[in-house]
Ligand binder design. Structure first.
Ligand SMILES: [Mg+2]
Length: 446
């Protein structure tokens, strides 16, 4: 209480260090985060699934009683590997370090495994990184967006998801969001005859394709999908007009030529963006899409590190970068990416589904409020169980997300309540990856 009231009056940047009275001593004797009075005493991963989606959050504790932080390390498809990386490797590496040395901790964690740049280890670093920003905010008495330079908008504009088995059902679901004040809606439709498409349920008569395929297989063919997507947007623009912003996620899955064809065909429907037309393995084809279509392109939820986005952004081949902050290593690389993209006129659209904890969503919104080149934010509305575990979730109103104004992320995790929601035995969320195949049995790259 005393710490917070004292620090609330200080300017944002570096307030924690200045307030601790150690700024001058640190300048004379750089110690790279070791030997400070406030030290990290423990780091641990906490697993919980209040929405049956496996979340991983990281708690960083300090020797200052009551001072700790929370970060999101969620990689829902391989969560136990992240827990191992946090508990077995980062915990001993970080004990005794100064939690305000966020940049040094990020850089040293990054090389601490020598092999680097990928999923699992980046998720683990993200959990630590976001927790350190939470601690810094609590020490300064400020929400994290203030540490970044404050707000340049009052809230983050959100997009909601609407899906359906046919265009009329999708239209009804888009209208429901419009009635709730949303200005941006992502639209996905089932493909008749197939159940392996993304973002909508099985199409009519999907079972007949599966004669020779293993049980549990979902079937997808790109050409029928491409034509069902064109029919969807013809219908939606005819019925809804052009004021509502519509988005669409291809989720890869098609050939580069089909992606180009769909980008050209959808251009006239003036989408807000077309998401993930190509997998990361095919990014060189973006040049051809760019040259032949004005449709705005969003890309990047599978990206792990700057090698994957630097060229796309600096050559201005995409319009929106939409990485998963927990996947790239947290807020620290996220704020650098936002600033880098701003220089090239590329906007942000951080990945924001349910496999991102409430802390991950708070980190998204901190950057959304601060970054001038914010584009749009994908929303997830947490259910009552999740809000019971995570107190202080973002407030969503009229299609906007508002930051929690409490210090740090403003979110606390009730560890006892988290235990009430153990991981489900067979989570339904991620079973389609690796089990979605073409009609001939070859696997689809999702
Ligand atoms: Mg996506």
């Amino acid at each position: 209480m005393k710490r917070r009231s004292l620090l609330a009056s200080l300017p944002a940047a570096g307030a924690g260090l200045l307030a601790s009275g150690r700024a001058n001593a640190s300048a004379k004797t750089p110690n790279f985060g070791m030997g400070e009075k406030i030290q990290i005493t423990d780091v641990k991963a906490v697993l919980t699934a209040p929405e049956r989606i496996r979340l991983v959050v990281v708690k960083v504790e300090t020797n200052d009683p009551g001072l700790y932080g929370w970060g999101c390390a969620t990689f829902t498809q391989r969560p136990l590997t992240v827990k191992t990386a946090v508990d077995e490797y980062l915990r001993p590496f970080l004990k005794g370090k100064d939690p305000s040395a966020i940049e040094d901790i990020w850089q040293s964690c990054y090389v601490s495994s020598y092999w680097r740049n990928g999923p699992v280890l980046n998720n683990a670093i993200s959990g630590v990184d976001m927790a350190l920003w939470d601690i810094l905010g609590k020490r300064a008495g400020l929400p994290v967006y203030q540490l970044l330079g404050g707000k340049c908008r009052f809230a983050a504009d959100l997009y909601a998801h609407a899906a359906g088995r046919d265009p009329v059902e999708v239209e009804d679901n888009v209208r429901k969001w419009m009635e709730r004040g949303y200005r941006h809606v992502r639209a996905q439709v089932s493909t008749p005859g197939y159940d392996g498409g993304y973002g909508a349920g099985a199409g009519k008569d999907a079972e007949r394709m599966k004669e020779n395929l293993p049980p549990g297989t979902r079937v997808f063919e790109p050409k029928p999908y491409v034509h069902s997507a064109i029919a969807l947007f013809e219908h939606l623009r005819d019925k809804l007009g052009y004021e509502i912003e519509l988005l669409h996620d291809m989720h890869e899955r098609v050939t580069p030529a089909q992606a180009l064809f769909l980008a050209k065909e959808l251009e006239k429907f003036q989408l807000f963006f077309l998401e993930d037309p190509l997998p990361p393995e095919e990014v060189d084809f973006f040049r051809h899409i760019r040259a032949q279509s004005s449709i705005p392109i969003a890309m990047g939820e599978l990206f792990n590190n700057p090698h994957e986005w630097t060229g796309l952004i600096s050559e201005r081949l995409i319009d929106f970068i939409r990485v998963h902050l927990s996947q790239i290593g947290g807020l620290t690389p996220g704020r650098k990416l936002a600033a880098f993209a701003e220089a090239f006129g590329v906007k942000t659209a951080w990945h924001g589904p349910g496999d991102n904890s409430p802390i991950g969503h708070a980190a998204n919104v901190a950057l959304d409020l601060n970054a001038y080149n914010f584009g749009i934010q994908e929303q997830h509305q947490f259910n009552d169980a999740a809000q019971e575990v995570f107190s202080g979730c973002l407030k969503i109103e009229n299609g906007y997300a508002y930051a929690n104004e409490a210090p740090g992320w403003g979110i606390d995790v009730d560890e006892e309540k988290a235990k009430k929601f153990p991981y489900p035995e067979s989570p339904s969320f991620d079973q389609s990856w690796g089990n979605t195949r073409h009609r001939d049995g070859s696997v689809i790259r999702p």
